[in-house]
Design a protein around this ligand. Structure first.
Ligand code: AMP
Ligand code: MG
Length: 417
């Protein structure tokens, strides 16, 4: 069957990747509600409000080293000078006197600078004997960390929409915060469709394949910061599919199916989703993963992904994850694109965006190295092991044709989230 005939039978809109993404994101009007969580449970969550500092960090000038705090005026220009150590300060204690002329204070890293002193000598540069310490020539003002040099009171340290990485958790804790207001995890219901799809662990009858999509999609949802729920495998039966989609949509922000959107199954899914309304069937100008159904079931966003295992992962990456991230309140919705040199020829049809499974690596060289990318081998969209060999998608834009070895191509890394 030619493309024309197939499209006519499909009655689906041909749409570019960019237009599909824009259309999908326009449907996500607001983020899921916020909740309060302990800072220690915040990894990967998205801030729902700005975090401001209520005090300077560090709160006082303090020593950057273990050593001796002295007055700048006491620093010798040559030779050595002997000062009197007025106290040996233990970590965590504060000296509330003033360092006078000819005096020094023994302090530890992080200890507040005493009044009168503006310079710290590292202990390895001095000679200590009894109450006396001999200091060599040096530079005034060194080895002091200044009040507010990390964070100024009142400034936004972590903006709303920021994903919490380990360093954001540490910064929040350094501001004295035990809890943070973050977005709830978007709830994503996942189900597989198809009479030919069997549950791993069950018997596989002739003509059946084991379900892989539910498991890949579960991992993709969790890795993107969503909360995945498993709704099993649904046979190609109107009533069962209808009931399952309704049930899934009742407790989910996103309903994700795979399979049942290509020509053979199209009528069933279309019929089932007709009452729900607002479902678009698209033919996206991309390879792999052309057929896609997008819309709503009740209040939930619906994505009908292609059944092909590589295509379902790719369409998740391109269309579901940005929507999930917008629901989660994230500011940045797309992973960055990098460039690398194609190390082999790659076939490409102009007019659509193609995605190869790529292996990106850095090749050091004299006068600077370069980033290189090769494909994982056969690129059939059912070859799921190509995803396990790969660490990126090679993205070949619509207007480009065949790629020759040595040309520059775009890549999107799997794990830069
Ligand atoms: P469909 O979109 O339903 O026509 O499916 C396209 C291809 O993907 C067929 O070869 C299906 O057998 C396969 N497929 C569908 N669902 C799954 C699944 N959950 N896991 C693995 N392969 C699947
Ligand atoms: Mg099917």
């Amino acid at each position: 069957m030619g493309a024309m005939a197939e499209d006519a039978r499909y009655n689906a809109r041909m749409i570019s990747v960019r237009d599909a993404q824009a259309h999908i994101l326009a449907q996500v009007e607001r983020a899921v509600p916020p909740e309060v969580i302990p800072v220690g449970a915040g990894l990967g969550r998205v801030l729902a409000e700005d975090v401001r500092a209520t005090f300077d960090v560090p709160p006082t000038d303090n020593s950057a080293v273990d050593g001796y705090a002295v007055r700048g005026a006491d620093i010798p220009t040559s030779g050595r000078r002997e000062l009197t150590v007025v106290a040996d300060l233990a970590a965590g204690t504060v000296f509330d006197g003033t360092i006078g002329p000819g005096e020094a204070l023994r302090i530890m890293t992080g200890a507040p600078m005493p009044a009168g002193a503006d310079t710290v000598y590292p202990q390895e540069l001095v000679e200590r004997s009894g109450r006396a310490v001999r200091i060599p020539a040096g530079t005034r003002g060194v080895n002091v960390r200044h009040r507010g040099e990390d964070v100024r009171s009142g400034t936004v340290v972590l903006p709303a929409g920021r994903v919490l990485r380990p360093q954001e958790l540490g910064v929040a804790a350094s501001l004295g915060l035990p809890q943070l207001l973050v977005r709830q995890k978007p709830r994503v219901a996942i189900l597989s469709t198809g009479d030919e799809v069997a549950e791993p662990g069950d018997e596989r009858k002739p003509g059946q394949i084991f379900d892989s999509n539910r498991f890949s999609l579960h991992g993709l949802v969790e890795a993107a910061g969503g909360h995945a729920t498993d709704h099993g495998i649904v046979p190609d039966l109107y009533d069962v599919l209808h009931a399952k989609l309704r049930t899934a949509a009742a407790t989910a922000d996103i309903v994700l199916t795979s399979g049942g959107v290509s020509v053979g199954d199209y009528d069933l899914v279309k019929a089932v989703l007709q009452d729900a309304g607002g479902i678009d069937f698209w033919q996206v100008a991309m390879q792999p993963g052309r057929p896609l159904a997008v819309g709503r079931i009740g209040a939930a966003h619906f994505f009908g992904l292609p059944g092909n295992p590589v295509a379902s992962m790719l369409t998740f990456h391109l269309f579901v994850r940005p929507a999930l991230w917008k629901l989660a309140g994230r500011r940045d919705l797309f992973a960055p694109t990098f460039h690398a040199m194609a190390m082999e020829a790659m076939s490409k049809k102009p007019g659509r965006r193609e995605f190869k499974r790529g292996i990106l690596s850095y090749a050091p060289g004299s006068g600077g190295g370069r980033w290189e990318v090769r494909t994982t081998g056969p690129q059939g969209s059912g070859i799921l092991t190509s995803m396990t060999l790969a660490n990126c998608f090679v993205v070949i834009e619509e207007e480009r044709g065949d790629i020759a070895a040595g040309e520059t191509v775009s890549v999107e890394l799997f794990s830069v989230d």
